[in-house]
Every structure is written in structure tokens, then in C-alpha cells.
Design a protein around this ligand. Structure first.
Ligand code: TYD
Length: 205
């Protein structure tokens, strides 16, 4: 495909949104067409699914229904937003994607990494990022930055620790496609490390 697909992943309070915005601005200042998006969400149906997934109203949602809803939203998002943008040559910068499901549902909920990954691959017709930036933070530090916890942020610390380890293991298995960053560093230094890697990926100065 003509464009490039860059994803930000990490636990709660890792600073993904800040870094995603900084990278998008930098890419635009280099004349790139950037499409910024996020999961769950990115389409009207996806945003509606997001509301169900994050609302504290649905605390009884089963783990499998949760996994299916994330995958459903992702399928919509890939077909309606990400793939068309990539085909038009844009750089898609996305806050969370498939690895969030593997980490949160596969490992956090113990649903099985392979099932969860294959479900999302089926939903997206095998659309995977060119680069994933993992912002790694200790969940006790990350969660302390969260103001009003949503349904998933309210899970016990052990859940968030499984999620953190899962992200580290996933990234470690394919260093070509992942950049792992210690999110305790200052914001500008993190942004610079990300820019350097993305510049290499896209062949820009
Ligand atoms: P996010 O938008 O990053 O939350 P916030 O804006 O509050 O930081 O992500 C929403 C939540 O959904 C987050 O707790 C992670 C979770 N999530 C999953 O459990 N599975 C998934 O596949 C995705 C995309 C997110």
C-alpha cells in the first residue's frame, strides 16, 4: 500500500495521546498527509461500541463479548478509515490497535493471545502496522495519572501488570516492527526518539 501505518501502544497513563499528537504535527510539518485516529472508535459505529466498552454502566459485560466488540470496532475502522487512507498514500497514526486486544483481552482477561490475535486479523483482513511505538510505564505510575477511571482502568493492578508484560513480550518478538520506549523520560526526548525511528521508516530527514 502507498501509505504507512503507525500505531501507539502502552498501558494507561503512558502519554500515548501526547506523543501521537507530537508525531502527527511533525509529519505534517514535513509535508506528509496524516490521518489521526484511535481505537476503539474512529467510525460512528466504532464510537458507539467504544461507549459500551468503556462505560462503567456495563460492568457485567462478559470477557468474550468484550473481545468481540473490540474486534468488531477494529474491523469497521480498518475497512472504513485505515485502509482507504493508506491506499490514498496517507500516513495513518493510530492510538491503539490490535496489540491492545492481545494484551488486554488475550493476557489481561486470559482469553488466549492466539485466539484474540486471529480474531482481529480476521476482522481487519490482516491489516497490521508498519511500526508500533510502545510507551512502557509501570502501571502504578501510569494509573496514578488517570483522573476518573473508566471500566478497564478500574481493573485490579495485577491485570494491568499482565497487560504491561504482554506488550513487552509482543514487542520483543519482532524488533523490526516495534520501538519500545521508557515512558518515564521527558516528553521531548521521547518525541525525538520516535521521530528518528519514523524518519528512517519513511525515508525523510
Ligand atoms: P484509550 O482510548 O487509550 O483510553 P484512555 O483515553 O482512557 O487512555 O483506550 C481505551 C481503553 O480500552 C484502554 O483501557 C485500553 C482498552 N482497550 C482494550 O482493552 N482492548 C483493545 O483492543 C483496545 C483498542 C483498547
Amino acid at each position: 500500500m502507498a501509505g504507512s501505518f503507525i500505531v501507539f501502544e502502552g498501558g494507561e497513563g503512558a502519554g500515548k495521546s501526547t506523543q501521537e499528537a507530537l508525531l502527527a504535527q511533525w509529519l505534517q510539518s514535513h509535508g506528509q498527509t496524516v490521518v489521526r485516529t484511535r481505537e476503539p472508535g474512529g467510525t460512528p459505529a466504532g464510537e458507539a461500541i467504544r461507549t459500551v466498552l468503556l462505560s462503567n454502566e456495563y460492568t457485567g459485560l462478559t470477557d468474550r463479548a468484550e473481545a468481540l466488540l473490540f474486534a468488531a470496532a477494529r474491523g469497521e475502522h480498518a475497512a472504513q478509515v485505515i485502509r482507504p487512507a493508506l491506499e490514498s498514500g496517507a500516513i495513518v497514526v493510530c492510538d491503539r490497535y490490535l496489540d491492545s486486544s492481545v494484551a488486554y483481552q488475550g493476557y489481561g482477561r486470559n482469553l488466549g493471545a492466539d485466539y484474540v490475535r486471529n480474531l482481529s486479523l480476521w476482522a481487519t483482513q490482516d491489516l497490521v502496522p508498519n511500526l508500533t511505538v510502545l510507551l512502557d510505564v509501570d502501571p502504578t505510575v501510569g494509573l496514578s495519572r488517570v483522573q476518573s477511571p473508566d471500566r478497564l482502568e478500574s481493573e485490579p493492578i495485577g491485570y494491568h501488570q499482565r497487560v504491561r508484560q504482554a506488550f513487552i513480550d509482543i514487542a520483543g518478538s519482532d524488533p523490526q516492527r516495534y520501538l519500545v520506549i521508557d515512558a518515564n523520560q521527558d516528553k521531548d526526548s521521547i518525541a525525538e526518539q520516535i521521530r528518528r525511528r519514523v524518519a528512517g521508516l519513511l525515508g525523510i530527514a
